[in-house]
Design a binder for this molecule. Sequence first.
Ligand code: FDA
Length: 393
Amino acid sequence: MSDTFDAIILGGGAAGLFCAAEAAKRGRDVCVLERAGAVGKKILISGGGRCNFTNIGAGPENYLSANPHFAKSALARYTARDFLDLVEKHGIAWHEKTLGQLFCDGSAKQIVQMLLDECDAAPGAVDIRCNQEIGDVSRAGDSFTVTTQHGNITAPKLVIATGGPSIPKMGASDFAYRLARQFGLKVVEPRPALVPLTLGGEDVLFRELSGVAAPVEASAAKGRFREAALFTHRGLSGPAILQASSYWTPGEPVTVNFLPDLPADWLLDAKRDRPRITMKAALREHLPDRLADTLSERLGVSTELGNAPDKALRAAQEKLARWTFRPNGTEGFAKAEVTIGGIATGELSSQTMEAKNVPGLFAIGEAVDVTGWLGGYNFQWAWASGHAAAQAL
Ligand code: FDA
């Protein structure tokens, strides 16, 4: 038995479902093959069950890729405002949580249902098949054939939308990369991103602060983020650290400014205004007590500030503004919200996501070497890249 469609989309996640709906709007008959028992599983768990479905400020500068220009075209042609219009058309109530991050008021289920409704309403047909074990994928002439346990499916267009390997216990795998390599496409070495960092060595003492959070500015390489950091029993997490983790490479430091809102000479000012105050008490005025105590022990100023030399206070100020952690690793794909790296953008058209050397083959979403910041940017890439490909299906 062989079914024939205009396009086969491998993966019924955010990018695959949206691409299917958009292609069907253009009258295409599309088959979505999903390995899991249901589509959109990552959407359902995203944003704590409320799905941070886009970021209203999403632009190319919020993405990491070996080619930072690649995402520009797709993001410009399908914007956060476009997706928000769709959400509103479906009567889904939403709110902005912080920093342009848009969430459902109700549940992430509404976003999955919206995508399914869009597929149903389109003039083309969308045939969604779950529990599919994909075997061989081959190309002969102008047509692709995908073998599943139920038979062969054939189409002139094939879209890889199977995501990245983050959270393998949800079924994530490196399938997209294996398939891309089969067709001769290069893959940028994938690594976990938006992931907690682990601490060892001298930093191990900070693990005793597990559960303590503070607003900080965290930096790694060119990434600098002002959000909350959280100490965990394995190391560092919280939005500021997750963001910095995408820019971090093993062996490099992560720098934390614990007091980004205070003036540079705040300790010298405190010494002048309140000479009897101790370092610990001064820090406790701005930071959670346990963190203040740990930091003050390590700053080596045990006297009242009035008795400490200016030089020592200056050094302490600088250290607090540039506290250097040397993570010994990350918590890996098991805890990574996304994957950095993936199918090399140089292999794809930035207009259509079609492989330059394999006509009819497309790659979209997280499978591609485009990775967004935390805060709705990754779904916006899934929608935008899915939309771009759909225009060419
Ligand atoms: P996605 O992973 O969504 O879909 C891929 C699909 O392919 C899956 O359904 C999978 O089962 C299927 N598949 C895999 N292998 C297959 C095979 N061999 N055969 C057939 N099907 C196969 N982003 C954001 O912007 N806002 C947020 O709030 C969050 N929150 C969040 C929370 C958590 C816990 C995680 C892990 C991730 C997020 N993200 C996020 C990231 C976001 O979920 C991610 O970027 C998108 O889901 C990527 O969409 P894709 O469609 O590319 O992959």
